[in-house]
Design a protein around this ligand. Structure first.
Ligand code: SF4
Length: 212
């Protein structure tokens, strides 16, 4: 039986991490420790939501989102369950986008059949780790080494948009007063947000993607 997917956060209706409205799934864990990684709080152990592919599909179908983005963390570290989830999502008519610190060429040379299964069920792959010295404001990417690969015919119309600027950052406040952001911000973003809040008399605590 496939192990459940270990998820750090999920967000419905996101418009900054892929085309259209999407459910974003931030998987927990990444063995790399890239300098300046914006996902630092979820790279190691911590709270997880564990969902089977069917449970994840059910949650996505509760929304009107047209696609799902797997971010992280490193989705390829959970390739088997992400592949199963991606297949189920595509079968239900949802498109799939995956972020990975690996390069597409590396993945294509990988001997693990689960990696190839995941690539086959992926419409858009964003590859390469964040490189702080190549930071750039690019569509869905934080550094110039990262590439967008259209692995299916579904988004061929995006080919002309690849060189566009970033899609911005969404900031959400949930019912428990947790502030959460989603997108590919600059490294200055957190400080800028904190200062802007303080100018309004609001003190943000915590770090990373969530403040309480
Ligand atoms: S590969 Fe990506 S998620 Fe992993 S540490 Fe590097 S930038 Fe962060």
């Amino acid at each position: 039986m496939t192990s459940p997917l270990r998820i750090a956060h999920m967000l419905h209706g996101c418009r900054t991490l892929g085309p259209g409205a999407r459910t974003v799934v931030w998987v927990r864990g990444c063995a790399r420790r890239c300098v300046g990684c914006i996902a630092t709080p979820i790279l190691g152990d911590g709270p997880v939501l564990e969902l089977s592919p069917d449970e994840l599909l059910a949650r996505v179908l509760e929304s009107s989102d047209g696609g799902v983005t797997f971010s992280g963390g490193e989705p390829l570290e959970q390739a088997t369950v992400v592949a199963a989830a991606a297949e189920a999502l595509q079968a239900a008519g949802r498109n799939v986008m995956v972020y990975t610190g690996f390069q597409l060429d590396e993945l294509r040379r990988d001997n693990d059949p689960q990696v190839h299964r995941l690539l086959a069920a992926t419409d858009i792959l964003v590859d390469g780790p964040f490189e702080a010295d190549r930071q750039a404001d690019l569509l869905w990417r934080g550094s110039a080494n990262q590439r967008i690969h259209l692995l299916s015919e579904r988004f061929r119309d995006l080919a002309d948009r690849m060189d566009g600027v970033g899609a911005g950052v969404e900031v959400r406040l949930d019912s428990d007063s947790n502030l959460f952001w989603a997108g590919v911000p600059t490294r200055q973003f957190v400080g800028q947000l904190r200062r802007a809040a303080e100018e309004q008399g609001i003190v943000l605590t915590g770090h990373g993607g969530i403040w309480a």
